[in-house]
Design a protein around this ligand. Structure first.
Ligand code: FES
Length: 328
């Protein structure tokens, strides 16, 4: 069974610049109804124009279900989705939206938990969007936290003024013009003598550096949580041969050749699977694994989730064995 997500017809109720090249869109249901609930870290799949879907993190207030808020960075060298948003989407534009979906959920134990973790948030540029509601949630919960926010310049860093004004010394801001560079060694939460939870969203280089730092500093498993906007680099697949995929619910068995994805072959077989990014970053095509060994090539699941082998992203991940059985 694939993930079921609500599809909602929405209207842009406000659009305004919140930083250089960043536009904030406020979206409301076209029929005025209340929207599905979400938690910090969630994103929407937005059809920005016919056949073009993009994922945007929700950055507003989860308790306000009359509207969703997303911020979109103009990326002149991107695939065109953000340019379309900046040039054609205005107040009153209708948009089709799917979600919310959350593969970057903030884990915030109940207030009665004896040893609450210290939270470390790391954001690069537009990567602040999923982090913003997390920061508000931990600040409201009264637990200890710190935010490290890096960008090319203050003008290009959405919400930076609001964050500094609201949270003062919890927030460290890094820009080349100010001569401040983010030092990963300072991210351990200083001398805190309790568990640390690290949440990071930003450019690929920032995430890769943080991952290597976490490995070399031997952070306990489950400490680091990453949200990727771009697919991580992966090596050649471990299997170069075709493999079989049995679709348990549909009763079909398909053969996936080396040059095609499971998603493509399954779609050709007439089985409906939701998908969006088709590059392993959004989580929309997540599919339960019944049996067989998976070579996980996505940028969504944590190492522990990949090891559990319970689900896979069939747009990029492949079999590491001759036959997989999927709940499709
Ligand atoms: S479609 Fe986005 S992860 Fe597969």
């Amino acid at each position: 069974m694939s993930v079921e997500l609500a599809e909602i017809e929405m209207v842009v109720s406000a659009a305004r610049a919140v930083a250089t090249d960043v536009v904030l869109l406020e979206l409301r249901a076209a029929d005025g109804s209340s929207l599905p609930a979400w938690a910090p870290g969630a994103h929407l799949d937005v059809t920005v124009q016919e056949g073009v879907e993009r994922q945007y993190s929700l950055c507003g207030d989860p308790s306000d279900l009359s509207r969703y808020t997303v911020a979109v960075l103009r990326e002149p060298d991107g695939r065109g989705g953000s340019l379309h948003v900046h040039e054609h989407i205005v107040e009153g534009t209708s948009l089709r939206v799917r979600g919310p979906l959350n593969h970057f959920a903030l884990s915030l134990p109940p207030a009665s938990t004896p040893l609450m973790p210290h939270y470390v948030f790391v954001a690069g540029g537009i990567g602040i969007t999923p982090i913003l509601p997390m920061v508000r949630a931990v600040a409201a919960a009264g637990v200890s936290w710190e935010l490290h926010y890096a960008g090319r310049s203050l003008e290009r860093m959405p919400f930076v003024d609001e964050l500094v004004a609201s949270y003062g010394s919890h927030v460290s801001v890094y820009t080349p013009e100010a001569g401040h560079r983010l030092d990963l060694a300072s991210l351990s939460g200083g001398s805190v003598s309790k568990p640390v939870a690290v949440y990071c969203c930003g450019p690929a280089r920032m995430l890769t550096e943080l991952e290597s730092f976490a490995a070399s500093a031997r952070w306990p498993s489950g400490t680091l949580h990453l949200e990727r906007f771009e697919a991580r680099a992966v090596a050649e697949p471990v299997r170069h041969e075709a493999f079989e995929v049995e679709l348990e619910i549909s009763g079909l068995t398909v053969t996936v050749p080396p040059d095609r994805t499971i998603l493509e072959v399954v779609e050709d077989a007439g089985v409906l699977v939701l998908s969006s990014c088709r590059e392993g970053t959004c989580g929309t095509c997540e599919t339960p694994v019944v049996s067989g060994e998976v070579e996980h090539r996505d940028s969504v699941l944590t190492p522990d989730e990949q090891e559990a082998n319970e689900v896979m992203m069939i747009c990029v991940s492949r079999a590491a064995c001759p036959r997989l059985v999927l709940e499709l």
